[in-house]
Design a protein around this ligand. Structure first.
Ligand SMILES: Nc1ncnc2c1ncn2[C@@H]1O[C@H](COP(=O)(O)OP(=O)(O)O)[C@@H](O)[C@H]1O
Ligand SMILES: [Mg+2]
Length: 334
């Protein structure tokens, strides 16, 4: 009962990941859906699995949340082995899927209380938690309404609230904002951010929206044809691909001319008096450009740095123009 491992001040092991997986594979018949997925997701972070329709996102969530078995590979969720300790995993996670668990014949409050019963909370504790969640998600006023009257955004919020009744440490959100209007989407984003900031939970979310991954995730993995073809922070992914540049605007055509002669590889735009100089967006690169301008006494008016966005990243990585479902069009979702 003296010093414990966890209080060791130096050389502490990194915390166990919330989710770790190696070589997850899954086929349906002769269709290979997941072709060897490795994951390592630290506790208290948001991980986004980004991919077009049919990429295997839901299949991954179903495996990691013990709903279906992988054909091969191993995984640990909340430090528990996914198959050898499946019950323990289930008790520590929450899952909200593309298809809502909300019962339309019940009121919002009844849905939450039903969930509290399923988690064996006693009546008063269940009520307390249900009311807290209704307040937190701005649903108190509609608590007594049957959910058949709810908008898509309200339903998603209730669905997430129902997941939170069990106080999960790891939450899987399968396409949490697909089909929502922009305003409901923003509300959902705020809720997700608050969950991580206030409760320290780990979030594994899937999305077809590049912007959503960029907005929410600490790390993003791009899933394409059953493989993770890239992984990193949004910034790391953006840096991996060409297309970044510095745009310099000049006072007049003469200065533009001179600069174009100096920066041979740059693209010039006569109308706007600008030069686009390829750049990785790094400080040394920016400094080199500024130093060159200064040394040659070219008069530049203004300068902007353009880093590629995730759309560029996906197109570069997959080499395909606009993969089906990756754009913000719900048409492919039918
Ligand atoms: N139960 C199933 N039986 C047969 N094929 C399935 C089943 N579930 C998913 N698939 C197929 O696996 C592929 C990946 O599906 P899914 O994981 O749902 O992709 P995503 O969630 O990224 O849209 C799709 O081609 C889909 O048709
Ligand atoms: Mg899916």
């Amino acid at each position: 009962m003296t010093a414990t491992q966890t209080s060791a001040p130096i050389a502490a092991d990194p915390p166990a990941p919330a989710i770790a997986a190696t070589g997850l594979r899954k086929s349906y018949g002769d269709k290979l859906v997941l072709d060897g997925i490795d994951l390592n997701i630290p506790e208290g972070t948001v991980f986004a699995l980004l991919g077009p329709n049919g990429a295997g996102k839901t299949t991954t969530v179903e495996i990691l949340s013990t709903l279906i078995d992988a054909d091969a590979g191993e995984a640990w969720v909340a430090g528990r082995h996914l198959t050898r300790a499946a019950d323990a995993v289930r008790s520590l996670i929450g899952v909200t899927g593309q298809f809502s668990a909300v019962d339309n014949l019940l009121t919002a409050e009844e849905n939450l209380l039903l969930m509290a019963d399923l988690h064996h909370l006693d009546r008063s504790e269940g009520r307390r938690r249900a009311n807290d969640l209704l307040r937190r998600f701005d649903l108190s006023e509609v608590a007594g309404r049957t959910t058949v009257t709810f908008s898509g955004g309200m339903r998603r919020k209730l669905d997430l609230a129902m997941t939170l009744i069990g106080d999960p440490r790891i939450i899987f959100l399968d396409e949490p904002t697909t089909g929502l209007d922009p305003r409901s989407r923003r509300t959902m984003w705020e809720i997700i951010r608050d969950l991580v900031a206030d409760d320290g939970v780990t979030i594994f979310l899937t999305t077809q929206y590049l912007e959503e991954a960029d907005q929410l995730a600490d790390r993003i993995a791009v899933l394409d044809h059953g493989r993770l073809i890239a992984e990193g922070t949004a910034d790391e992914l953006k840096q991996r691909i060409p297309g970044g540049h510095i745009r310099v605007r000049f006072a007049d055509a003469r200065n533009l001319d001179t600069a174009a002669g100096i920066f041979g590889i740059a693209t010039r735009e006569e109308d706007s008096l600008t030069l686009q100089i390829p750049s990785d967006g790094s400080i040394p690169n920016l400094r080199a450009v500024l130093d060159t301008l200064e040394a040659t006494a070219v008069r530049a008016e203004s300068l902007t740095v353009h880093t590629p966005d995730l759309d560029d990243v996906f197109l570069t990585l997959t080499g395909q123009p606009r993969p089906a479902g990756t754009v913000a069009s719900p048409k492919e979702n039918a």
